[in-house]
Design a protein around this ligand. Structure first.
Ligand code: GSH
Length: 211
């Protein structure tokens, strides 16, 4: 498999974690987002949405991290990241989608570029925007993990899709200096996950293009 990735892309970070957890071998094809490599004709021929991550599984091209991870979970069920039991499945999906649908689309590169370029916001305003949407999601995530889940990870003691989504978002929150004091449970879970080899080797600073 080949994964089109950028070291700091949190959506690609999710897929790297999932591939590592499942023990799937893959080659990284680095796509430099800040220099616009994802908008070239060559890359658009691979993924017309011009987004990272994009997976090439022996010529089958897939994009959107959630779709890719669901595909991987179906093809390589060990360890299962999306539980089969309906309630557990809905809860894990809700946690992951809180990050995937409510934070990331508001804080990704093209949105921040638009805020800086078209709307002429300065860095302080952009950081405020960023932190606001992180807090909107981390609040309920903290409540869920502290009061409902009560386990080692986001959903009890088994690794799940929710953990795969939490760690890259926590990395981004730190990069943008978000205040994490209100989220002790999330910080504790993310610290435990950071020590897991599959998560550690997917981290941005361990990627070949992180120079
Ligand atoms: N919902 C998509 C989001 C993909 C996405 O926006 N990826 C970012 C990197 S984290 C990207 O390619 N950004 C390029 C841009 O914003 O121009 C997914 O989960 O794969």
């Amino acid at each position: 498999m080949r994964l089109y990735s950028f070291f700091r892309s949190s959506a690609a970070f999710r897929v790297r974690i999932a591939l590592n957890l499942k023990g799937v071998e893959y080659e990284i094809v680095a796509v430099n987002l800040p220099s616009g490599a994802h908008r070239t004709a060559d890359f658009l021929a691979v993924n017309p949405q011009a987004t990272i991550p994009t997976l090439d599984d022996d010529g089958t091209i897939l994009w959107q991290s959630l779709a890719i991870i669901e595909y991987l979970d179906a093809r390589f069920p060990e360890p299962l990241l999306i539980p089969r039991e309906p309630v557990a499945r809905a809860r894990v999906q809700a946690l992951a989608q809180l990050i995937a649908c409510e934070v990331h689309p508001l804080n990704n590169l093209r949105v921040l570029k638009y805020l800086r370029g078209e709307l002429k916001l300065d860095e302080a305003a952009v950081s405020k925007w960023y932190a606001h949407w992180v807090a909107e999601a981390f609040g309920p995530l903290e409540t869920f993990t502290a009061q409902w889940s009560g386990g080692r990870y986001c959903f009890g003691d088994a690794l799940s899709l929710a953990d795969v989504y939490l760690v890259p978002q926590m990395y981004n929150a730190r990069r943008f200096n978000c205040d994490l004091a209100p989220y002790p449970t999330l910080v504790r879970i993310a610290q435990a996950l950071d020590r897991e080899p599959a998560f550690a080797s997917a981290a941005p600073d361990r990627q070949p293009d992180a120079k």
